[in-house]
Design a protein around this ligand. Structure first.
Ligand code: GLV
Ligand code: MG
Length: 346
């Protein structure tokens, strides 16, 4: 473990100071784009207006013979578009692949000043984060990048889940983590071929009561992992996300999966299909009633100190901070999405 003083030092001379607090960003959905497909890249200007994060995917789902085109396509889409408040991320190939080194070196060299976050797949332990952290610092220094590039880990191996706490605290560059249910299922030897969601055979059977038919209650395969990830992330001051939902034909099940993740503390999810964008907006935007109440708290405590009663509920410095998180988020939503924002009356 580094000493507290060393933890926030740049890892290369000339690299930017690491953030002490993460920038406040709206990240309800991380929208995946296959950057080697020109038709998909052509949609990026519209996507920038409708999604919170545009991610150029270089890893799984990109054929091995298209890896270089995907990297070049990502660089092109980063150069050609103004992303404004919309996040620009890339999911690079995994650390032991033949592509990772050039993914990072070429992308940071070409568009490092526009890149917000590198999503790193199949993270096994803090050593994976340390490697990328050092490499990014060297490249930031070489290219005079002013704003630190953040790292987002995918939690998708049994070893990664075992080490989730030390991954979350490995570097001030850590932005957050996403659950990767497909690779995690494979790594654990789980007996499912689905990408996220429930499984009809993972159930608890009601007790026997004479001859009456017994009801099977389906359980959530991902509950344990999401809970561990949320605890690891929130205790480290970084952000937990649910990852992919693979059945594009089942919007209800996707919404249920996103909502479970949201209720457990996740801040967003991946959208792999345009229909999942609206689901993520619905699920991960703050509730209008909550925003109205949070506004009352902020108005009743203009300097954020002391204690007041609102609708019979005690408010103090801590609830003021919670209220500020909700109102700040609502303001970001209103800016991005004025129709939804109208309901917040900000
Ligand atoms: C995502 O990468 C997954 O494996 O689920
Ligand atoms: Mg995966």
């Amino acid at each position: 473990m580094k000493t507290p003083r060393a933890f926030f030092k740049p890892l290369a001379i000339g690299a930017p100071e690491p953030y002490r607090e993460l920038p406040v960003r709206l990240e309800r959905m991380i929208h995946f784009v296959p950057p080697h497909v020109e038709k998909m890249r052509a949609k990026v200007p519209d996507l920038v207006k409708s999604v919170d994060v545009v991610l150029g995917n270089l890893e799984d789902a990109i054929p091995a013979d298209k890896k270089i085109e995907a990297r070049q396509g990502f660089i092109a889409m980063a150069k050609e578009n103004d992303f404004g408040d919309t996040g620009l991320w890339t999911r690079v190939n995994c650390l032991n692949s033949p592509w990772l080194l050039d993914d990072i070196v070429e992308i940071v060299g070409a568009v490092g000043d526009k890149l917000d976050v590198v999503m790193l797949p199949k993270v096994e332990g803090p050593w994976d984060i340390h490697y990328l952290d050092q490499l990014l610092a060297q490249l930031e220094a070489r290219h005079g990048i002013a704003k630190p590039i953040l790292i987002h880990a995918i939690l998708e191996t049994a070893e990664g889940v075992k080490n989730v706490d030390s991954i979350a605290t490995a570097s001030p560059r850590m932005h957050g983590m996403s659950l990767g249910p497909a690779d995690l299922a494979a790594s654990r030897g789980m007996k499912t071929t689905r990408v996220g969601g429930g499984h009809p055979d993972y159930a608890v059977l009601a007790d026997k009561a004479g001859e009456a038919p017994r009801t099977a209650f389906q359980q959530d395969l991902w509950h344990y992992t999401v809970a561990r990830m949320v605890d690891a992330c929130m205790s480290a001051g970084i952000k937990p996300f649910y990852g992919p939902f693979g059945d594009f034909s089942d919007l209800e099940a996707c919404e249920a999966q996103f909502r479970n993740a949201f209720l457990m503390g996740c801040l967003g999810a991946w959208s792999l299909h345009p229909t999942q964008i609206d689901i993520a907006k619905r699920v991960f935007s703050p509730d209008a009633g909550e925003v109205a109440f949070a506004k009352k708290i902020l108005e009743a405590m203009p300097d954020g100190t002391g204690a007041v009663m609102i609708d019979g509920k005690m408010q103090d410095d801590a609830t003021w901070k919670q209220a500020k998180v909700i109102v700040d988020l609502a303001r970001l939503v209103a800016k991005k999405d004025p129709e939804r924002g109208a309901a917040y009356g900000l």
